[in-house]
Design a protein around this ligand. Structure first.
Ligand code: DX5
Ligand code: ZN
Length: 214
C-alpha cells in the first residue's frame, strides 16, 4: 500500500486547519510542505513560521520539501519542526554532509532530484537517505502536467535500493492524479505527493482513499 503526502501548496491558507483535520480523518500518512525561495525555483511560497503553526495543529509527520538555494544555510531552522527534511541535489550544498546533518538533528533525511537529473547520480548517497524524492514536474508550481520520463527513474532507484538491501522510501511529486497515481505506484514509488488533485476535488477523503488503495 502506498503512502499519501498531500501538498498544501494549493490549499486556502486561512482555512488550513480545517483542511488538515479532514486530511487526518481521511488517513493521510504525512503532510508535504513546499518551501520555495524565488531563487532556486521561480516562485515564493512560505517559510518556517507557517510550518511551526502547522506543527502545533497536527500530529501528522511533516514532510518538508526545500526548494531553496544552498539549503545548508537553513537546515537547523527547518529541522526544528520537520519530521522528514528534504532538499535538492542541484541546490549547491555538500549533499552527503547535509544528509548526515539532517539525521544528526533528529529528522529523517531526503534528497530530491529535478527532472533533468539522472537517478544514478544519487546512488552513492542512498545509504544516507531515509527517502528519495523524484520530481515528476519542474519544481516551483502546483497543478502542472505529470512527466512520464520520471517513471523509469523511480524504477531504477527501486532496483538499486533492493539490490543493496537498503531501507529507503521513494517519493514522487508533481502531477499526481487519478490516472498517474497508479503508474507511479507500479513503477515503485512508495510515497505519493498530491496537491491539486486532493485539494481541488469535491471530496478530499475519497481522493486520498483512492491513492492509498493502490
Ligand atoms: C512543486 C511542488 C509540489 C506541488 C505538487 O514544485 O513540489 O509538491 O505542490 O502539486 P500538484 O500535485 O498539483 O502537481
Ligand atoms: Zn513538493
Amino acid at each position: 500500500m502506498v503512502k499519501v503526502s498531500p501538498s498544501v501548496l494549493t490549499a486556502d491558507f486561512l482555512t488550513l486547519s480545517d483542511s488538515i483535520k479532514k486530511l487526518e480523518d481521511a488517513g493521510v500518512d504525512m503532510l508535504h510542505l513546499d518551501v520555495m525561495d524565488g531563487i532556486f525555483v521561480p516562485n515564493i511560497s512560505f517559510g518556517n513560521p507557517i510550518i511551526k503553526s502547522i506543527k502545533a495543529h497536527t500530529n501528522l509527520p511533516l514532510d518538508v520539501h526545500l526548494m531553496i538555494d544552498r539549503p545548508h544555510r537553513y537546515i537547523e531552522e527547518f529541522a526544528k519542526y520537520a519530521d522528514l527534511l528534504g532538499f535538492h541535489y542541484e541546490a549547491g550544498s555538500d549533499n552527503a554532509e547535509l544528509l548526515k546533518k539532517i539525521r544528526e538533528l533528529g529528522c529523517k533525511s531526503c534528497i530530491t532530484i529535478k527532472p533533468a537529473t539522472a537517478a544514478e547520480e544519487i546512488f552513492p548517497l542512498l545509504p544516507l537517505c531515509d527517502m528519495v524524492l523524484v520530481m515528476s514536474v519542474e519544481p516551483g508550481f502546483g497543478g502542472q502536467k505529470f512527466m512520464p520520463e520520471s517513471l523509469p527513474k523511480v524504477t531504477a532507484l527501486k532496483e538499486e535500493i533492493a539490490r543493496r538491501g537498503l531501507n529507503v522510501e521513494i517519493e514522487i511529486d508533481g502531477g499526481i492524479n487519478k490516472e498517474t497515481a497508479p503508474l507511479a505506484a507500479e513503477a515503485g514509488a512508495t510515497v505519493l505527493v498530491a496537491g491539486s488533485y486532493v485539494f481541488n476535488g469535491d471530496d478530499m477523503c475519497e481522493r486520498v482513499k483512492y491513492i492509498k488503495s493502490l
